[in-house]
Ligand binder design. Structure first.
Ligand SMILES: [Zn+2]
Ligand SMILES: [Zn+2]
Length: 156
């Protein structure tokens, strides 16, 4: 693939690559990128059918954006520009909304689950306290009874 092959008709707009300024086209037109506004004097630039200039970066971005793509969720065909990133996966706008709603539901479900686990742990903790209090009381009662039994026995 030569340098000229790479150059621009892929977007279907007949953009021509111009590598540098030449006196032959010494117009006073402002050679700035129509997308990002970068000055393109003496730099590689692309010109589209409506006479606008594109810097290589914006041209490439635009070319990529117009490439056909498929939404992995609904399998609809579209261009890359229609896809929105959702946590590393590019999906269409409506699937993005769906994924976000699903993620929110999942988040709420996890939160409820966490809450239930916390409550269960709290319940177990309380049960342990009651149990140890009960054991201490039984032990105290046994000690008191032993003392009483000892006194009663030595008195007789
Ligand atoms: Zn640009
Ligand atoms: Zn989709």
């Amino acid at each position: 693939m030569s340098d000229t092959d790479r150059i621009g008709d892929s977007a279907g707009e007949h953009r021509t690559a111009l590598s540098s300024d030449s006196s032959a086209m010494g117009t006073t037109v402002n050679k700035v990128c129509c997308m990002c506004g970068v000055d393109l004097h003496g730099r590689t630039r692309y010109k589209d059918s409506s006479g606008r200039y594109w810097c290589p970066t914006c041209n490439e971005k635009d070319r990529l954006a117009k490439e056909p793509a498929t939404c992995p969720d609904c399998n609809q065909s579209m261009t890359r520009a229609d896809l929105v990133d959702f946590k590393g996966t590019a999906v269409c706008q409506s699937c993005w909304e769906k994924r976000r709603a699903a993620a929110k539901r999942e988040e709420a479900r996890l939160r409820a689950l966490e809450e239930a686990i916390r409550e269960e742990e709290e319940r177990k903790r309380r049960l342990k306290i009651y149990l140890s209090v009960g054991l201490i009381m039984v032990a105290l009662w046994a000690i008191a009874y032993a003392i009483y039994w000892f006194i009663a026995r030595s008195a007789s």
